[in-house]
Write a protein that binds this ligand. Structure first.
Ligand code: ATP
Ligand code: MG
Length: 421
């Protein structure tokens, strides 16, 4: 029990973490290219923020939140997604009073009590971006472009962009009636969850994972046929923007956000290569969310990308992330004086940007060479009493096993040149 990890969570061990560091750095670089700045908000918030920000009728709020009472009797929830916290911070720091738009990015753990399976964890991680203060579809095209370019840069070819419009509260009201009309005769066949969605949030029925429900919604009216003029024009603008960017997309009327504060654009990047949980990135526009959370009327658009699923697609595509070398130079020492000399030498090498290491287990020379090989050092320097006396050091090139002498005063410069060659 003590050494068992909780269900639905994963350790990121030392031989894998370079992949995450690579993705995190690249993501930050892409965000910088697009003018986004990073924010870091707490991993827990007041429960009410998510109830309002995600919506009472969603699965996330109804069934999946990690909620607890703290010692001060406040209801606290571990963040199940990134947008609500970003909006809270945007309001709390009155960022809306500054020059707009506000372009933010983050990486964050997320917590959802779901049934663990491939691509579905209880603690997972997201990259996310949000743009506040821009109502024009150019902003939607920009955030989609950021995700698209990042995915392409990573070498992933089989992620498809699906887009939809979910309208605004006005046109959606008409659509809801039409959808209810269509589903009413099938009501008894819907799964219990969808039956409970029927009155409160029928659009989420389109998103149900149950096969029976997916069958029942076939042929249902689609939101884009009900868009008001403004929403229709916006959807056309978005498509024109994406075409201008040469970004291929498919219109997928099944993508819903299904809450009143989400508006217009909804999109996903999906793949068939990682099984049932094929949505790697999902996002959309939320023109009424900031207001719903107690702020002024400020539009927003953004997305969240699951890092674990991103890595799964990369693996499925055979894309390897370059593994950094762990060690450039290993200093093998024998004897007390040599040990001190070696300690100083590795320190000087590190000052020169060389990854250097030495023996800390008092192994003999043979053991130290073996260890040097094991950690992938490119060069091994040998220091014993003899070398200290002659001021000539043995350097072994670990790739081709050749060994040669270098003078003490040239040693550091020599190794710097060799390693950086
Ligand atoms: P799904 O349809 O897969 O349940 P979702 O609509 O709940 O996804 P979002 O809330 O849009 O997902 O979150 C954005 C992204 O976060 C998803 O596209 C996915 O990559 C990732 N994600 C969501 N839930 C999980 C989870 N339980 N485990 C791993 N990744 C997840
Ligand atoms: Mg989900």
């Amino acid at each position: 029990m003590l050494t068992n990890i909780p269900k639905g969570t994963k350790d990121l061990m030392q031989d894998e973490s370079y992949k995450w560091q690579f993705l995190e750095n690249k993501f930050a670089e892409f965000c910088a290219l697009y003018g986004f700045k990073e924010i870091r908000t707490p991993i827990f918030e007041h429960t009410e923020l998510f109830q309002r920000g995600i919506g009472d009728t969603t699965d996330v709020v109804q069934k999946e939140m990690y909620t607890f009472e703290d010692h001060g009797h406040r209801s606290i929830t571990l963040k199940p997604e990134g947008t609500a916290g970003a909006v809270r911070a945007f309001l709390e720091h009155k960022i809306y009073a500054e020059t707009q738009p506000t372009k933010l990015f983050y990486k964050t753990p997320c917590f959802r009590y779901e049934k663990p399976q491939s691509g579905r964890l209880r603690q997972f991680h997201q990259f996310g971006v949000e743009v506040f203060g821009a109502s024009n579809m150019i902003a939607d095209a920009e955030v989609i472009s950021l995700a698209y370019k990042f995915i392409k840069y990573l070498g992933i070819e089989d992620l498809e962009l699906h887009i939809n419009s979910i309208g605004c509260p006005e046109c959606r009201a008409k659509y809801r009636l039409a959808l209810q009309e269509f589903l009413r005769p099938k009501f008894d066949e819907l799964c219990p969850t969808c039956q409970s969605r029927f009155d409160r949030n029928p659009m989420r029925i389109l998103d149900c994972k149950s096969e029976i429900c997916q069958d029942l919604v076939k042929g249902a009216p689609v939101m884009i046929d009900y868009l008001c003029d403004d929403c229709k024009e916006a959807f056309e603008d978005l498509q024109a923007d994406l075409k201008a960017l040469d970004i291929d997309f498919t219109i997928d009327t099944g993508i819903v956000r299904g809450l009143d504060y989400y508006t217009k654009t909804a999109f996903e990047f999906v793949t068939n290569s990682i099984g049932a949980q094929g949505t790697v990135c999902g996002g959309g526009r939320y023109d009424n969310l900031v207001e719903e959370l107690g702020g002024p009327s400020v539009p927003g658009v953004g997305w969240g990308m699951g890092i674990e699923r991103l890595l799964m697609v990369m693996e499925a595509n055979g894309i390897e992330i370059p593994k950094p070398s762990t060690s450039d130079v290993f200093v093998a020492t024998m004897g007390e004086n040599a040990k001190h000399y070696g300690l100083k030498l590795v320190s000087q090498l590190r000052d020169n940007g060389i990854k250097a290491d030495l023996d800390t287990l008092q192994r003999n020379f043979k053991g130290q060479f073996k260890y040097s090989d094991r950690i992938g050092a490119k060069y091994t320097v040998v220091i014993g009493d003899n070398e200290l006396e002659t001021k000539l050091f043995q350097v072994k090139d670990m790739d081709n096993s050749t060994q040669y002498e270098v003078k003490e005063e040239e040693l550091i410069q020599h190794l710097v040149e060799k390693v950086n060659a």
